[in-house]
Write a protein of this length. Structure first.
Length: 267
C-alpha cells in the first residue's frame, strides 16, 4: 500500500506545478516507489518511479486540472509497473493508503465478490487494486463508470460505501482491530475521497502573488499577466500527510467530494 497519498484539484491547470510546489515540502519521496497521474488534453498520463531510479522529473507535472501523487513500499520482488499507485481504469485514477493485519485474507474475500469481468481488471497483487475494482463495480451498478457528468457526491458516496465494505469484510475474516483506510479517486472532472480510522485532511489554497517556483516575490506588481494568474488561482488539496495548520479533516467514516467549480462537500 502507498505510504502516503495526495491529490490536488486546481482552477488553472497551467499553474498546477506552482500549486503542488506550495505543499511539496510535506511530500517526501522516501519509499520504494513514487507514482503520479493526471489528465492532459483528455488523456490519462501516468509515471512510476521504482527504487533506485532518479525522481528529479517527478514534480514536472503536465498541465492538468487534477493530479494524484503517491509514494509507498511494495513487497520484495513485486513489479512496480503493475502494483505502484495510482491505479488506472479508463478515465479513473485511484489510490489507497492504510493498514490492516489481515490484508491478504481481505483481498481474497473482496476479489471473490467481484464479477469475472471486473476481476480481469486486477493485474497486480495488492489489496489496493482489488479495492479499486470494488469501486469500479459499484460505479457499474449505477451505470456510471464512464459517465463524465457523474456527480461528485454520488461518486464519493459510492467510494465511502466501498470503505465500509472493506471494514465489514475485515471483521468477517477475523480482524480484531479497527482498520485504517484512506481512499482517493478522480476521473479528471471530480476528486473524491473517503476514510476510516486513518487521518486524512484537505486544504483550500487561495490565490497569492508570491510563487517560489516562478520566482515571483510577494510585492510583484499585478500589471503582469502571470502575476494576475497567480492571484486568481484556487486549489483544493487532499492528503494523508499533514500539510498546514489550517487544514480541515475529512470526516472519519465519511467522504469528501470536489466538483469542477472546486466546491467541496463533506459528510
Amino acid at each position: 500500500m502507498a505510504s502516503w497519498l495526495s491529490a490536488l484539484y486546481t482552477s488553472d491547470p497551467s499553474l498546477v506545478r506552482c500549486e503542488v510546489d506550495r505543499v511539496r515540502d510535506s511530500l517526501k519521496l522516501e519509499h520504494d516507489y513514487a507514482g503520479i497521474g493526471g489528465w492532459h488534453d483528455g488523456m490519462v498520463l501516468q509515471r512510476r518511479y521504482a527504487a533506485g531510479t532518479a525522481r528529479s522529473e517527478f514534480w514536472e507535472i503536465p498541465d492538468t486540472d487534477v493530479v494524484m501523487l503517491a509514494s509507498g513500499t511494495l513487497p520484495l520482488g513485486t513489479p512496480v509497473e503493475e502494483n505502484a499507485q495510482p491505479f488506472r481504469y479508463h478515465q479513473w485514477l485511484f489510490g489507497q493508503v492504510g493498514q490492516m493485519a489481515n490484508a491478504e485474507a481481505v483481498r481474497d474475500r473482496l476479489l471473490d465478490q467481484l464479477p469475472d469481468f471486473i476481476q480481469s481488471v486486477v493485474r497486480g497483487v495488492t489489496l489496493a487494486e482489488v479495492v479499486f475494482a470494488q469501486f469500479l463495480a459499484a460505479l457499474r451498478q449505477l451505470g456510471r463508470t464512464d459517465d463524465p457528468s457523474l456527480d461528485a457526491v454520488v461518486a464519493a458516496k459510492a467510494l465511502a460505501a466501498v470503505a465500509r465494505s472493506v471494514d465489514q469484510v475485515s471483521a468477517e475474516v477475523g480482524g480484531t482491530e479497527k482498520i485504517r483506510l484512506g481512499l482517493m479517486a478522480s476521473n479528471g472532472r471530480s476528486l473524491i475521497a473517503a476514510r476510516r480510522g486513518l487521518p486524512m485532511s484537505y486544504l483550500l489554497l487561495e490565490g497569492k502573488v508570491e510563487c517560489r517556483r516562478c520566482g515571483i516575490p510577494a510585492d510583484a506588481p499585478e500589471n503582469d499577466a502571470l502575476v494576475r494568474d497567480h492571484r486568481r488561482r484556487r486549489s483544493v488539496v487532499v492528503s494523508t500527510v499533514p500539510l498546514r495548520r489550517d487544514e480541515l479533516s475529512v470526516p472519519d467514516g465519511g467522504f469528501l467530494a470536489v466538483d469542477r467549480r472546486l466546491s467541496v462537500q463533506t459528510a
